[in-house]
Design a protein around this ligand. Sequence first.
Ligand code: LLP
Length: 426
Amino acid sequence: MDTVRRISCFCYRNGQLWAENVPVTRIAEHAGTPTYVYAAEGLRAQYRTLATALSSLPTTICYALKSNSNLAVIRIFAKLGAGADVVSEGELRRALAAGIPPNKIVFAGVGKTKSEMAAALTARVLQFNIESEPELIALSEVAGTMGLTAPVALRINPDVDAGTHDKISTGRKGDKFGIDIAQALHVSQLATKLPGISLEGMAVHIGSQLTRLDPYRTAYARLAELVMALRQNGIPIQRLDLGGGLGVPYRNEVLPSPADYATMVRETVGQLECDLVIEPGRYFVAEAGILLTKVIYIKEGTSRRFAIVDAAMNDLLRPSLYGAYHPILPVNEAEPYTPLSPIDIVGPVCESADILATQYSLPPIAAGDLLAISMAGAYGAVMASTYNSRPLVPETLVDGNKMAIIRPRPSLEALLAADHIPTWLN
Ligand code: LLP
């Protein structure tokens, strides 16, 4: 009988790591390494879990494309009925190209340009999340010129510490995001007067990778108070965008369940009878992705052992940028009771920060072995670059026993062809 040990959507079967019904070694042969691998059923399962928990609330789920914007990934969520949270014209185009209906698209982001506003107005998006007075005025001007009315939600900064990593906290006074809650009435009054603007909602997003509900509870309660104050001032608010941020278990953290989240939403804003929008990204995609990499060399230093692998900080930036932890699985499972020893997993990039894991306990590994850097489906491929002239990392999708490369590895010729030497240098 198969020995099956479940690790999110990636399981060991008879000592080999599989992605759904495809052995990971076969993916490495097909796509080469490094490559991201996503498990379609894993993506669907996460979406359905959250959608079910929220089913009794009038919620539009707008998948935050920034977490993983491959068209095939977006298409999976589009087919499940998702909307999209986009933050640039590029993301807007991706959402539309993947089949997300425009009336389920929220255009967020602190610095939308006028041409991006025009593109989103032309597409007829559900709402613009506006983060400052000048941005509101710019949108009014663009909509006026086009003879259209822009549906607007004001993103409020509720001054709540999300209790997450400093670099992904967004709802504290002093963070660049949102309109200070103390200025919300004034900006709302302006929004009701400006031509081309229809003020429909309020929005908050206090940060990413939240592992507790209480910061949400505080933020949503402040939002509810604000909505009541606005209504008393004759400003009707019918939609609330509750942001994203639901955490995932990188280190086996015990996290609030989607049902607990839904209960808290009902308790804090349920009585307002608003339509709701939420914008999760990471929750849907993190666990369903691995970064598959091959060991190039094992370097035995005098004080440290290094596995130099073919993936690097340009392919997965999170460890270098945030000190993030990603569990690592050898594709060949070690025999039970094999002793583990610490090793640094590093890439070939010429930076000391190019570390994927520090002093990670692994069974013996050798050059040529495959490793899966797990929980890498969110903020992995989207944050990749070509630093050190390394071609952009490819992406592969597995769905049951099907496998497809959903973004091929660019050739070095394509990499070089992007640059132009001006004729005066000839
Ligand atoms: N809505 C807004 C307005 C956001 O700024 C974000 C994330 C989301 C929704 C989605 O948040 P999520 O559900 O994915 O937590 N690169 C970082 C994460 C940056 C998040 C930026 N904003 C990382 O790798 O952890």
